[in-house]
Each structure stands twice: as C-alpha cells, then as structure tokens.
Ligand binder design. Structure first.
Ligand code: IMP
Ligand code: MG
Length: 182
C-alpha cells in the first residue's frame, strides 16, 4: 500500500475518491426525495466541509440556499477552558429548514454547540449531515440524519480534512498509519 507523508505522519488511503463520489451521489439522491419541497438552507462548516459541500450541492435538483459559517474556539479567561463562537451566519433562518454540513463528527462537541446556537435563530427544523462520523468517539448524543461513512477513531485527512492545515487538497480520504513498533 502506497504511503504519503504529511509533516511527521504517514498516511494510507482509507476511502478512495470513487467511493466518496458514489456515496455522495446516494446522499444527494436521498436529499432530492426528502428535501424536495422545503427550500432548505444548507449551513456548511468551514474549513473542512468546503469540498464536500461543493460536490454535494451540484447534485441537488431542488431550490436551496447555502451559507458558510465557522466555529472559532479559543481558550477564554474562565477555568472552564474552551470558548466557542459562531461566525458568519448573517442571513435569517427563522422558520426555515436548516441542514448543517460537516466534514467529520468526532466528539460531537462542535456540532452540539452549533445546533444549540442555530436553534436560537428559530429555524423550523435542524438536520445534521456529516460526510464522516466517528460513533465511538461521541461524547454527546447527536441525531445525525445524513451520514456518509461511519469510521473508527483513526485520524483522517484529505477531501477537505486537514492535518495541521495540510492535506485538504487530497482527492482521497487517508488515515494515519500506526508507527510500526520495534
Ligand atoms: P468534534 O467537536 O470533536 O466533533 O470535532 C470536530 C472537528 O474536529 C471537525 O470539524 C474537524 O475539524 C476536527 N476533526 C475531528 N476528527 C478529525 C480527523 O480525523 N481529521 C481531521 N480533522 C478532524
Ligand atoms: Mg471541521
């Protein structure tokens, strides 16, 4: 198996480009049935979801809008640690069906924050769509309506996902290779 190197880590292909394409086509087909009459707003979470969002949206055949947001986290002054902030939601979503688009759900904490934050703007419904889901890593209960692939806890890059900023441009999804034990 061919390996690629990003910084200090070696990666091998975990989900190939054709498999990703195939899965996104069936997610789009499902949405073309389920969301056909609701004129939803897709809210895509930057940076990771930009390629997924672009590939998915081009296969949807119903009226829809898309908005890109960012969840910024930083360490605040409180001892509670991480403070999060939602940036970029500058259109009204009251009464609208919202579909959140994510690249990957790991602990689920980012998504949980996002759902709670978006709910304050009173959409009629919020559905979660994530290309990748790590069910064993979830720390909060989340109902993920559209899932591309369930994966293990391994670290992934490519197709929008990064390792320390790099690797988003890779066409396949790669997993970090365990260092071989001597
Ligand atoms: P969560 O809040 O723990 O669910 O993490 C969500 C965010 O962590 C995602 O939006 C990604 O940006 C990042 N992330 C989680 N797992 C991975 C991974 O395997 N590769 C790259 N980024 C990841
Ligand atoms: Mg992300």
């Amino acid at each position: 198996m061919e390996h690629i190197q990003i910084k200090d880590l070696a990666f091998q292909i975990h989900i190939s480009e054709p498999k990703i394409r195939q899965r996104i086509a069936s997610l789009a087909a499902q949405m073309n049935v389920e969301l056909a009459t609701t004129s939803p707003i897709f809210i895509a979470v930057l940076n990771g979801s930009f390629i997924f969002a672009a590939d998915l949206l081009r296969q949807l055949d119903f009226a829809c809008e898309i908005q890109f947001v960012k969840v910024a986290s930083y360490h605040g002054m409180q001892s509670s640690g991480q403070v999060q902030e939602l940036i970029g939601l500058n259109i009204p979503i009251e009464g609208r069906e919202v579909i959140i688009l994510e690249d990957i759900i790991d602990s689920g904490l980012t998504m949980d924050y996002l759902v709670k934050e978006l709910a304050k703007a009173k959409p009629s419904q919020i559905k979660i769509c994530s290309l990748l889901l790590k069910p064993k890593a979830l720390k909060v209960p989340l109902e993920v309506h559209f899932t591309g692939f369930e994966v293990g806890n391994e670290f992934l890059v490519g197709y929008g996902l990064d390792y320390d900023g790099f690797g988003r441009n890779l066409p396949h999804i790669y997993q970090a290779v365990e260092p071989t034990k001597e």
